[in-house]
Design a protein around this ligand. Sequence first.
Ligand code: FMN
Length: 246
Amino acid sequence: MKILALNSSPRADGVSKTAILLDAMVKGMREGGADVEMIPLRKKSVKNCIGCYTCWTKIPGTCVHNDDMTRELFPKWLESDIVVYATPLYHYTVNARMKAFIERTLPAWEPFLNRVDGRTHHPIRQKPPKAVVLSVAGFPESSVFSFLSSYVNMLFGKGLLAEIYRPASEIIALPVFQDKAKGILTAAAQGGLELVQSMKISKQTIDQITAPIVEDFDAFANMANSFWNTCIKEGLTPAEFQKKFG
Ligand SMILES: Cc1cc2nc3c(=O)[nH]c(=O)nc-3n(C[C@H](O)[C@H](O)[C@H](O)COP(=O)(O)O)c2cc1C
């Protein structure tokens, strides 16, 4: 099984919470025997779709841009059995880099309008891979992912195998939450293994990955606010804060 694991966080591996969770999941997928390639999209050039429809008319199936998406990522995407779309939650949805990637998959469809069960679709030119969506958010409520979930269900339909949403993700690297983080990452690896073995992730495993790290959301907000106040007072970004205070 060929799996392409895309991470659209602009942050470096080790700092990116998307990467921390994705790494664990990929470990499980590899244990299950899958051939997994991880690609941090921040290192690739993926220009925005310009809506010219050249890929639908003059050169069917090929984008007019000559960048990493056309040369490398789109062919790899087409060859994959499963693609993991791992993204930080930005303004309640995928971030701009992931959205640019998704828009650039347009050459895989034909321009025509097909009506199926009362809904309009474009016919498929080249079969898209199955999808898994993984996202991390700063806020502690699971409900922050409801817009993203409805978007990816509309987008991928029956091709969507699993959704993994981790709220309050910024604190998983804090030493005080180490035990809980360990449980979450073990469950993420288990999720990767299950996916390769059965093309789905059990509810029990999803529940373990998404289990609340903090129970008291007011206390969580107070802790976050005192962190931000210190950053502002000291004139430090969060990364600089971490370097200085550990
Ligand atoms: C531009 C921007 C928009 C964000 N929007 C949301 C949001 O809508 N809801 C939320 O809970 N967190 C939001 N966050 C917080 C990120 O989802 C969170 O910091 C996440 O852990 C980042 O993942 P990364 O470390 O992989 O980049 C936002 C962060 C940025 C920079």
